[in-house]
Design a protein around this ligand. Structure first.
Ligand code: NCD
Ligand code: ZN
Length: 334
């Protein structure tokens, strides 16, 4: 008999499901892994209005009726309080702030987080979470996250009743800062930032399928992220940042940032937590702390992993997935 490991059915608080003909594949893959997913709004054009949130939600549910999408809109300075009100009314749970040009489809972003300051009372009144891509435009790429921490700390401390998530943290400095800030501040951590460093991306041959924003950093940063994920500190929870790009958009002269980790998300996390003897911490990281922070009920369903090694396909849904061709120890039963 193969060993099994039963967990609460997990949530993923940061996914990219894309749009049009790509959406059904990615949405179904998400449903296979997760109960609820927080869907990022960086479509082309971005999801900004209540009508766009409703239409996107409908398209997702049409593709994957079993998925419970949690909707986010792009939070930008030109929105009004009444826009925020409408967005909350259609069920959006978060607004995502993109600094200008720091990642895929982040055109017309902010130069500074303080530019959306006037919308924070409305965000708070409607219990909407402010999700931040935490990189400062115009700064050397390895220092962008740390440079963003100053304005992030100032804004989060000035609005202690507004909830902020620093998305996909990649540095020890960000982990430290999130831990120090008040209970209104949390962070998501991805699977790939728990596993890789910049060496895996560019230390040998260039590996475009590991290229994402924020880029993976040093081993000491990875160590801080692992420590945070295994710590049981409720400020740190899972967001895969699964960000599929078709092969021709990755294997080219100007490749897109984004790692398609969804096909291995839960299985990969199981491996990481198991290897660290932190098995008992995985349930909260992937199906507890995030729901608590967002004020959602914890899921009551379960998912069972079975120790039965499998090889990750070279291509899934037209995309080279994270850990393609490698063997994973755990797979989802059924
Ligand atoms: C994401 C994408 O492709 O949409 N890319 C990435 O490298 N993470 C955008 C994002 O979350 O930064
Ligand atoms: Zn993302």
């Amino acid at each position: 008999m193969n060993e099994t490991w039963t967990l609460p059915r997990a949530d993923d608080f940061h996914v990219h499901l894309r749009q049009d003909e790509d959406l059904p594949l990615y949405a179904r893959e998400a449903a296979r892994h997760f109960a609820r997913v927080l869907v990022m709004p960086n479509l082309v054009p971005p999801v900004r209005t209540s009508q766009e949130v409703s239409a996107y939600l409908e398209a997702i549910l049409c593709a994957a009726p079993d998925l419970h999408p949690l909707m986010a809109f792009k939070l930008s300075p030109d929105l009004t309080d009444s826009n925020i009100h409408e967005l909350a009314k259609v069920g959006a749970v978060a607004g995502k702030v993109y600094p200008e040009g720091v990642t895929t489809h982040s055109e017309n972003g902010v130069q500074d987080l303080r530019q959306i300051g006037h919308l924070l009372p409305a965000m708070e009144n409607h219990a909407l979470v402010v999700c931040c891509h935490g990189e400062k435009p115009g700064i050397f790429c390895l220092d962008r996250e740390e440079a963003f921490l100053e304005e992030f700390s100032e804004v989060a401390a000035a609005h202690p009743q507004t909830r902020f998530v620093l998305e996909h943290v990649s540095t020890a400095a960000a982990v430290r800062r999130v831990a120090e800030l008040g209970p209104n501040v949390a962070a998501t951590i991805t699977l790939h930032h728990l596993e890789i460093t910049l060496d895996d991306v560019i230390g040998g041959n260039l590996r475009p399928h590991l290229f994402c924003k924020p880029v993976a950093k040093r081993a000491s940063d990875r160590q801080a992220l692992r420590k945070a994920a295994f710590s049981g500190n409720p400020k740190f929870f899972f967001g895969s940042d699964s960000a599929p790009h078709r092969m021709d958009r990755k294997e080219c002269a100007s490749g897109c940032a984004g790692v398609y980790s969804m096909p291995v998300a839960l299985e990969g996390l199981a491996e990481v937590f198991d290897a660290a003897n932190a098995r008992e911490r995985l349930g909260h990281f992937v199906a507890g702390f995030g729901a608590d922070f967002y004020g959602l009920p914890r899921t009551t369903q379960t998912v069972t992993l079975i120790r039965d090694p499998w090889t990750v396909p070279a291509v899934v849904d037209g995309v080279v997935p994270y850990r393609a061709g490698e063997t994973l120890a755990w797979r989802i039963q059924g």
